[in-house]
Design a protein around this ligand. Structure first.
Ligand code: ZN
Length: 251
């Protein structure tokens, strides 16, 4: 059994039992990202959350999971006060981050677009990879604005993962030279849907990343192992690429 990489997870809100189960299933790498578990009304609240994300990565180490860290301002957690200070704090931390994320748009308000764009440009100054959220609604207007904002920014598409995709948007993302994240979580994609998406886009297997997006919402922390097993059963050649190597290369 080969080691797998969960390329989008929120370990700060998952219990140690989950780390143990992930490790037992061979999920030995993870990218744990900042998100919106608390109302980040101020710059200080957001920084406290970032510390929790870092602490979660250290805790994962005890279960032999090599967790990398991504920090950023999530569109549902833009502080009411002190956003500029938060962005400066992100800038100061850039050189020791494995990713900037998750960032992106939820409703595509002008404020969201501005904060998203600024973080894309910041990440580009040090070639830090970026993980981009798309809303659970998959509102086509929001997804389109997300892709436009990336295109207009300084970001190198090869360093950007657009995440939580379904079949409808996978093509758009791959055609633009971006990486595509598939989140196997209730309401996003099932194991079977993820497997079909990978098989339908096998020529782009070097730019597809499977993840659980395990958070406070109902989640399956074993998602990456389940997709790997099913792809192996189907005789797919690039299982390691989509469930480990692409993420190892990026993060
Ligand atoms: Zn997430």
């Amino acid at each position: 059994m080969f080691a797998k990489f969960d390329a989008h997870v929120h370990l700060d809100v998952r219990p140690e039992d989950d780390l143990r189960r992930m490790s037992l299933a061979g999920i030995r790498y993870a990218l744990t990202l900042s998100h919106d578990p608390i109302p980040a009304r101020t710059h200080d609240a957001l920084l406290g959350h970032w510390e929790a994300v870092r602490a979660a990565a250290e805790r994962a180490d005890e279960y032999l999971i090599d967790a990398r860290v991504g920090l950023g301002v999530h569109p549902r957690a833009i502080p009411e006060r002190g956003t500029e200070r938060a962005l400066r704090a992100l800038e100061e931390r850039l050189s020791d981050l494995d990713a900037v994320g998750e960032i992106g748009l939820e409703r595509a308000t002008e404020r969201e677009v501005e904060v998203f764009r600024e973080q894309l440009d910041l990440a580009a100054t040090e070639d830090v990879p970026v993980v981009v959220h798309t809303p659970r609604s998959r509102d086509p207007r929001v997804v389109a604005r997300t892709l436009e904002t990336i295109q207009d920014s300084d970001a190198d598409p090869a360093l950007v993962v657009v995440d939580h995709l379904n079949e409808r948007f996978l093509n758009d993302v791959l055609e633009r030279g971006l990486n595509a994240g598939i989140s196997v979580q209730p309401g996003k994609a099932t194991v079977e849907e993820a497997v079909e998406m990978v098989l339908n886009h096998r020529e782009d297997a070097d730019r597809i990343l499977i993840n659980s997006d395990a958070s406070l919402a109902p989640s399956n922390v074993l998602a990456v192992a389940e997709v790997a097993l099913e792809l192996e059963r189907r005789g797919f050649d690039d299982v390691e690429a989509v469930t480990r190597d692409n993420a190892l290369q990026l993060f």
